[in-house]
Design a protein around this ligand. Structure first.
Ligand SMILES: [Fe+2]
Ligand SMILES: [Fe+2]
Length: 172
């Protein structure tokens, strides 16, 4: 059977996500995100991997032509804010929902080179809470995947369809 252009198989998606996770584990502070909780018992690290898988799953399922490598990198770094937003302390994280995309963007920019798609994914993933909408298909998909994953995590339904379908790199 002939595959539509640029629609990877589940094995190819699994390999791409694993490759980028391993690269970021070495070249950035991505492993530090294991220390910070996101929703329920899910760490920011696990959340970002789930969002990457879910974005790929949506693109493949609906045959949307995307730059998978950039979408995965952007998804993995979309919450790269590197603090525990549950700890109010000095109230500096009071507006976390509004401010963390910029913080994640600046942290990522400090550690790696980002292309336009990756920048747009990180900066616009909280739309519509933050008012400016995404400008790229990849950024729209990550924005949607983030909400799907956040909802499942908040409801303690932690194993997403994407993670089951494509396997998991939770322990890496
Ligand atoms: Fe976020
Ligand atoms: Fe997120």
């Amino acid at each position: 059977m002939i595959k539509p252009k640029n629609i990877p198989t589940s094995e190819e998606i699994n390999k791409m996500v694993s490759t980028v996770v391993e690269e970021l584990n070495i070249t950035t502070r991505f492993l530090e995100t294991k220390e910070y909780m996101q929703h329920g018992h899910i760490s920011v690290y696990e959340h970002c991997i789930e969002v990457a898988y879910t974005s790929c799953y949506l693109a493949a399922r609906f045959k949307i032509d995307v730059d998978y490598w950039s979408m995965i990198r952007g998804a993995l770094l979309h919450d790269y804010f590197l603090y525990d937003w549950h700890i109010a302390g000095d109230n500096s994280h009071h507006f976390h929902g509004f401010t963390h995309p910029k913080r994640a963007f600046l942290n990522a920019l400090h550690d790696v080179d980002l292309n336009f798609v990756e920048c747009n994914i990180i900066l616009r993933h909280m739309f519509p809470l933050t008012f400016v909408p995404p400008m790229r298909r990849e950024a729209w998909l990550v924005c949607l995947a983030d909400k799907i994953c956040a909802t499942k995590e908040t409801l303690h339904f932690t194993h997403t369809d994407a993670a089951v379908k494509y396997g998991s790199v939770r322990e890496s």
